[in-house]
Design a protein around this ligand. Sequence first.
Ligand code: CUK
Ligand code: CUA
Length: 679
Amino acid sequence: MTFPRIPAMGLLALSAVLLAAAASAGCSSDKKGTSPAAGGSTVDAIAKERGLTPEDVKHAVQQFVPPGKRDEYVMFSSGGQSGQVFVYGVPSMRLLKSIAVFTPEPWQGYGYGADAGAAVLKGGNPAIPANTDLTWGDTHHPALSETNGDYDGRWLYINDRANGRMAMVDLRDFTTKQIVAVPNIQTSHGGMFVTPNSEYVHISSTFPEPWPPGSYADVKEYQAKYRSASAWLKVDPATGRIDLSKSFEIELPPYNQDLADAGKLVSDGWGFIGSFNSEMATGGDSEGGVPLEAGASKNNFDYLHLINWKKAAEVVKAGKAPMQNGVPVISMKTAVQEGLLYLIPEPKSPHGADVDPSGRYIVVGGKLDPHVTIFDFNKIQTAIQNKDFEKSDPFGIPVLKFDSVVAGQVEVGAGPLHTQFDGQGHGYTSLFLASAVAKFTLGPDVVKNGEKPFTLVQTIPVHYNIGHLAVTEGDTAHPDAKYLVALDKWSIDRFQPVGPLHPQNLQLIDLGGGKGPMDLVADMPVGNGEPHYAEIMKASKLKPLVVYPPGTNPGTMQPDPNAIKFGQERVVRTGSNVEIWMTAQRSHFTPDILRVKQGDHVKIHITNIEQTEDATHGFAIADYNIQASLEPGSTTNFEFTADKSGSYNFYCTEFCSALHLEMAGWLLVEPSGSATIGQ
Ligand code: CUK
Ligand code: CUA
């Protein structure tokens, strides 16, 4: 296989093209007072000196976003074991923010004393098992909120692979507002999507657990006693928060439910969940069994689960779903009786399950099969109506006939995982084993420009071991065929070595509007947790706050009852409780001396009374493990017991002004037994 390259072009000819393009893009005002090229040199001279080919220069220009200009797209990437979400500009691939989600993060003061982050983290502790205090998570699959099947720029959801939790991030301030421990789900992986009008966020279990959760059963009783769940978490349409009281779940067989996607347009109202291990293998390699990986790869087919969630919501409304650990759960039996759960055989240890922009095609990649298999939703509906079943699975769930619902298969290469779409009739599938991205055509009703349906168009190598890929606006009904980012698990030899723990590699690929060949533009090392999946949204859809309205509590996004204005600062002592209302502005805290007694319970409410963009302060107290970020307009609350006597410096941790170092004060904790502090 050969890969297209841009035609060799003289450096001079190329730079002439680039300069002409720059001039026509209206750069004339920038020319005043500047030399024709950096450092008095020319593009050609720089390229020559640095050993860049014309192709390199072209790619640099494709990626370049000039100083002061903004990226066209924003990418939300999971941060894996860091428990965070990383936000990048695309195409520049510049890091804009790390959003603290499941893990304490000191810059944002998340989990270091202030109420908002602490409450969010605490709210995510599961009820079962009791007394669980989680301070890390494995962020996996981000899903942006949608309106009519398009990203709407309001909220972001992301699941915790390690602990079966779901987090909600408000895109007004890019902070985590809520973590929900999803009942009846111990671990979740890829069963993550938002329905086309953000009615529900979906997550399903990856590893089944004894049913009902909280009970005990040996894995020897796996088939009889273990179950999975498909959780439909209701989104409050005003706040984006998850409302567990209006959510529901569906009991599923103990297969490993994996990647999932929401139907849209023709298939709106349905969800599709792939699975592996229909063998129900449980490992036990040191107990005379076979390793899980071998046991789970025996069958030629596993099952794609089809769920009619609109019908499921009606079944719950009709009272046919008994409560289990705080949510109504539709049993498998009821789900089958009500005709809301079906299975489709999908080839050999499938991974991705992705719905195309038209909603008609569901593309499945089989890790151990060089094909992608494309199912047709119209055929699925006909097969369901005609009861065109080949059998039931061991739990009585009808299995549709593969041949009745498949639209086509395309041989794309070794190890197909995930598929994205460009809205131009193409799918792009990541090939883990081949370290490549394959571009192919979808069905006859969506191909364009006379292309042949279900045909491989191009393959491009990536570096290396690609997992997910993300196309601009890729999970919507209207993807932009502009860029694709390959999320590569290994980088091996691409970067300066930094020890045995290598960076991951995100690679920017230009899609040429879907018409041109894919073109690898840039590498970006990610020196942090593994980026599992990303979604890329047009930046113009975001309407973030630049400052909070005065006195806002970032946790609630409402006015904080303890917000104050300048001049309202005070200290109130009631017995051994000391409550302090403080303001912060450049470059002082008021009050700047806090007098308490050892053992006092201290509450501090700090309002940053500034409304100047970027005038953030911080607040940290030595030896008390307290650190907060005080963004302009915000009110932040702390509560702690002053159990250590002494004089403790507190200071502003954000370099806010010329006199930032002077923005400091003292917490004086008088040893107990002393009587100098009056009532
Ligand atoms: S999964 Cu498919 S490669 Cu965790 Cu989304 Cu990573
Ligand atoms: Cu306020 Cu530094």
